[in-house]
Design a protein around this ligand. Structure first.
Ligand code: ATP
Length: 271
């Protein structure tokens, strides 16, 4: 029986313009995935192998998943999304077959992207998990086999995401496998300004609202946390008056004190 019958193949409905900032990451990802598909002859001419896979890494909530979806939409590629922990738990005893099935399906719908979210759950460094020789090792071995097998198949590209690049088995990151690493950082001021503007496009706010102050006050916030601040500010306005038709500066000020950056200083150094 096919363990992965429910793996959805789709073209997600997310575009580059839904993602504030991160222009360098978007460009590099496009190059890594679209060039080999569009211009295979250019790589042949230069005598180099195109990248097989890209790893997006960085702190949580900074749009790694969203970027992968936008890439699929904008490049018109089919998209198979797999969550690492889900593959390990949902398909107990069938995790390796599930990996095989994902690649098989990708080949049939190529050109396609296989997106492994939370890759660290699938590809933990050998020996670092309890079950050496257990299911984790077998899943990793299967992943490596499949990745080596797509050598001749230019039109399946792997995109993976993780918050814990340090946990991923190095064999998976060797040349010819997931060999492009792209860091997706916490948003800088320009990116925060864009994320806020995207949020405030749909939200009626006071004309006196000081956007630049919000940009400064959200230093160290992830994109997801900035979205949460905006939502919280609107809820506070409604809490005061369910008829409210705009969100004021003070609502944002209060929201900023209740939604605080999750990532402690210490773990930020990890990236
Ligand atoms: P995790 O590692 O927790 O899975 P992630 O890095 O994959 O997080 P996403 O799930 O893609 O992050 O992003 C979380 C949410 O944060 C998005 O749905 C979006 O609302 C918001 N967000 C984060 N960064 C941005 C950004 N640069 N522009 C617009 N929205 C953003």
């Amino acid at each position: 029986p096919s363990a992965m019958r429910e793996v959805a193949v789709d073209v997600p409905n997310v575009s580059w313009s839904d993602i504030g900032g991160l222009e360098a990451v978007k460009l590099k990802l496009k190059q890594a995935v679209e060039w080999p598909l569009r211009h295979p002859e250019a790589f042949a001419r230069m005598g180099i192998q195109p990248p097989r896979g890209v790893l997006l890494y960085g702190p949580p909530g900074c749009s790694k998943t969203t970027i992968a979806k936008a890439l699929a939409t904008e490049s018109g590629l089919n998209f198979l999304a797999i969550k690492g922990p889900e593959l390990m738990s949902k398909y107990v005893g069938e995790s390796e077959q599930a990996v095989r099935e994902i690649f098989r399906k990708a080949r049939t719908v190529a050109p396609a992207i296989i997106f492994f979210d939370e890759l660290d759950a699938l590809a933990v460094e050998r020996g670092s998990s309890s079950g050496a020789g257990g299911v984790a090792d077998r899943v990793l071995a299967q992943l490596l086999t499949e990745m080596d097998g797509i050598e001749q198949l230019r039109d399946v590209t792997i995109v993976a995401a993780t918050n814990r690049p340090d946990r991923i088995d190095k064999a998976l990151l060797r040349p010819g496998r997931i060999d492009r690493l792209l860091y997706v950082p916490l948003p800088d001021a320009a990116t925060r300004r864009e994320i806020l503007s995207l949020q405030l496009r749909a939200m009626p706010v006071s004309p006196e609202l000081d956007l630049e102050a919000l940009v400064l006050q959200t230093d160290a916030y992830s994109g997801a946390e900035i979205v949460a601040v905006c939502r919280e500010a609107a809820l506070l306005a409604l809490e005061e008056d369910i008829q409210a038709d705009r969100v004021l500066q003070r609502h944002f000020t209060r929201a900023l004190s209740s939604v605080t950056p999750r990532l402690p200083q210490a773990s930020r150094r990890l990236y």
